[in-house]
Ligand binder design. Structure first.
Ligand SMILES: Nc1ncnc2c1ncn2[C@@H]1O[C@H](COP(=O)(O)OP(=O)(O)OP(=O)(O)O)[C@@H](O)[C@H]1O
Length: 334
């Protein structure tokens, strides 16, 4: 296993009380796997990324039964050692809004050369050669290295940031909302490019998104996150063919799919719970059209409903009925 988190918990202390942003999350990513983490805004996805990259603010408390990257215990590793040995070399991040992260006053290629030289003792000429290779991997012509960020489109800037993250062939590339803020056509092209990149590099990818459509097209495995927990996880094809959790059914309704053009989109009414005062029972209980009394009384355990397919719902025996009902708008309105 490349990355393993078991019972990961992250709490932010604030004047309004503690926020349990990640509350007992299990996550496992294999070598060369593309893993998608999906959920609405506020479910704790970015906090997971910050926990893995040791980027949490001092107000955050992190704990886990296991938090391991290859042979490294990320929980106990000293931050300075993490930054020196793991960050960028082993785990690299393409941050949220990456297309706006470049310095507008410096040529794009020079910025990546600088980032490479900050982490290794190579000459400028060698680093420039590496940038040309990286540009090729992400589908940018090497002449573009001499341009400024404003001469790039949003999609090109995003690809430049991916190139920078790939500089040291990290074992894990983390992309936080890579398509957000790009128009639909550019999103499609970028997803195609990510699929191509994964053919050319050996890195595993952790892709974070609120858009389940992005997951369908790019990932091998998917984890659906809600209210700080993983509510469903499975190989991507299994998750789409036979979703087990009502939240996943709701998410699928809410996003367009190229396989079902013209399907009416149904949004899930309400919003995720306040994580400073999380519900006692199932986190999704208040919005779930299938919730029964027990759902509100205690947290559902995560169970393996099919081989390699986990779900945290007590009503899995009724899944056929729930799938049929979830496809109807009236179910969610009532
Ligand atoms: N520094 C912080 N201090 C206090 N609470 C925080 C802090 N950062 C995040 N939170 C809270 O933690 C919860 C999870 O936030 P997080 O950003 O991880 O979710 P997310 O799913 O990534 O959402 P988004 O896509 O909007 O970033 C939210 O309730 C958020 O308000």
């Amino acid at each position: 296993m490349l990355l393993e988190a078991r019972n990961l918990r992250v709490t932010y202390r604030s004047v309004h009380g503690d926020v349990r942003a990640v509350d007992g999350l299990d996550l496992a990513i294999s070598e060369s796997e593309v893993f998608g983490l999906v959920g609405e805004s506020g479910c704790g996805k970015s906090t997971v990324v910050k926990a893995l990259l040791r980027l949490l603010p001092p107000t955050a408390r992190i704990d886990a039964d296991v938090l391991r990257f290859r042979e490294h215990d990320l929980l106990t590793m000293v931050p300075a050692r993490f930054r020196r040995e793991i960050l960028m070399r082993e785990i690299a991040l393409v941050p949220q809004s990456a297309q706006n992260s470049l310095n507008p006053a410096q040529r794009v290629g020079a910025q990546i050369v600088e980032a490479i030289r900050a982490h290794s003792k190579v000459s400028t000429a060698k680093a420039r050669g590496r940038v040309a290779e990286l540009f090729d991997i992400v589908g940018l012509q090497s002449e573009l290295m001499n341009r400024f960020p404003h001469q790039f489109s949003g999609g090109m800037r995003q690809r430049a940031m991916i190139a920078m993250a790939l500089a040291f062939e990290p074992a894990l590339l983390v992309m936080d909302e890579p398509t957000t803020g790009l128009d639909v056509l550019v999103q499609e092209r970028l997803l195609g490019r990510i699929r191509e990149i994964r053919q050319r590099i050996k890195s595993s990818i952790l892709l974070i998104t609120h858009d389940i459509g992005v997951i369908a097209e790019t990932t091998d495995r998917v984890g659906v996150m809600y209210s700080g927990r993983m509510v469903e996880s499975a190989p991507t094809t299994a998750l789409f063919a036979a979703s087990q959790h009502p939240y996943t059914l709701g998410l699928k309704n809410a996003f367009p799919s190229i396989l079902e053009l013209g399907r009416e989109l149904i949004s899930i009414p309400g919003s995720p719970p306040d994580l400073s005062d999380p519900p006692k029972g199932c986190g999704f209980g208040e919005r779930c059209p299938f919730a029964i009394e027990t759902c509100h009384a205690r947290r559902p355990a995560t169970i393996e409903v099919e081989p390699d397919h986990m779900s945290a719902c007590i009503r899995t025996a009724d899944i056929e009925y729930m799938r049929a009902a979830a496809a109807k708008k009236v179910t969610w309105q009532s």
